[in-house]
Design a protein around this ligand. Sequence first.
Ligand SMILES: NC(=O)C1=CN([C@@H]2O[C@H](COP(=O)(O)OP(=O)(O)OC[C@H]3O[C@@H](n4cnc5c(N)ncnc54)[C@H](O)[C@@H]3O)[C@@H](O)[C@H]2O)C=CC1
Ligand SMILES: O=C(O)C(=O)COP(=O)(O)O
Length: 463
Amino acid sequence: MSTARDIRPRQDDLSTLATSPSASFNSPSSHSSALNRTVPVNAKHLKPFATEDIKVLLLENVNETGREILSQQGYQVEFLKSSLPEDQLIEKIRDVHVIGIRSKTKLTARVLKEAKNLIVIGCFCIGTNQVDLQYAADQGIAVFNSPFSNSRSVAELVIGEMVVLARQLGDRSNEMHNGTWNKVSNGCWEIRGKTLGIIGYGHIGAQLSVLAEAMGMSVIYFDVLNIMSLGTARQVESLEQLLGQADFVTCHVPEIAETKGMIGQKQFEQMKKGSYLINASRGTVVDIPALIDAMRSGKVAGAALDVYPNEPAGNGDYFDSSLNSWGADLRSLKNLILTPHIGGSTEEAQKAIGVEVAQALVRYANEGSTQGAVNLPEVTLRSLTMDEPNHARVIYIHKNIPGVLRKVNEIIGDHNVDKQMTDSRGDVAYLMADISNVDTATIRDLYTRLESLPSRIMTRILY
Ligand SMILES: NC(=O)C1=CN([C@@H]2O[C@H](COP(=O)(O)OP(=O)(O)OC[C@H]3O[C@@H](n4cnc5c(N)ncnc54)[C@H](O)[C@@H]3O)[C@@H](O)[C@H]2O)C=CC1
Ligand SMILES: O=C(O)C(=O)COP(=O)(O)O
């Protein structure tokens, strides 16, 4: 991967431009314009790309592997261990170009509206439900995640939880901690020969399928897509069929409108008596009061929850009934494993995620590559190098409406366009072009003309 050095201007350019700003790194006013307000381009952006200008805010204890990669680029990196309440987040996000979060921080339209300088969001996790992806795309803010670096960790956790639930290990351990010897076999089982029902056969569900078969389980799964079975696993046609056959039911779907409350009272009624439920996906997927009823009635013999509709902001915060009205009821249940959203929390996963997402952020900030972005079209050009000193990379994020390319090419077409690529995704299109033999006055002119097009969402010129 290339580094910022590749596209940093030569030192003599920098010194000239420091006194006579002549080109733009990106258009911080873009969000304002999308909101029909006119904010002049901030003077501090009227200078060439210098990595020291990039401000990064990392929340939620992003792994040091990621922190290091970003710091090594020369970016200004601020690191916080927990997430922030919305008002504090809004204050901080106003200033930054790059933000790194995990599953807790909600980047809603209300928050992003204030993020005038933001160009990219890194979700150092799998889920991206915490970000308003469409709003971000409409503002030209790219979003990256780590699609599978913690899948194995979640799958292993679920295997462990099945054994723990089937043997009531949590309760036995608690009893021993309280000084009680209680040797029982009643209601304790092997998992060998039992049926595991996986809801959502994606990265995690598929890993789990293979591991569960190795433990001697039969695997069935339900997914909205037709997915090839691994091993001897079998796809069933409906959730109801899965619930009626499975001894263990485990959820591995994303949080989307269709999955909210997908396991509720009706679904608990469809489950086998004495079966188990595991949820390490998102807290809104399972209706907790319905789970409490199903456990109290004996329909569900045990459950493991790793995720909750409301989760505390950071370590040490109290997980109590003020957060979730059913908190106390939940804590009183037997054979219920409660974990603080640790499905992906292993050294292996966090290190890998740190590297993967930080590299994506660097590639985007330094080179404009959207490869792997979850909300913008994927566009990439081979790296700029110092062998091409008078090159500039034009990045033009624009509304996907007819006639834009003609107008853009009228602007850049007078120059030697070495390479160019464009793609669209929904209402937003992304164009990247490398131009050679340009001086800083030309770059400034290009920038001004691109910015004046009504189709423009965000313009960046890297040189
Ligand atoms: N507890 C934790 O720490 C972690 C939780 N997660 C959660 O697990 C979720 C799943 O992760 P992956 O397996 O990597 O995602 P994935 O995207 O690879 O797989 C999700 C699967 O769910 C299916 N699906 C979507 N809607 C469905 C529906 N209504 N009914 C049935 N199937 C449906 C999709 O077709 C897909 O096959 C993530 O979105 C995230 O929210 C992920 C990592 C760690
Ligand atoms: O990867 C995910 O989607 C997770 O849920 C893990 O989230 P976390 O990084 O532990 O906040």
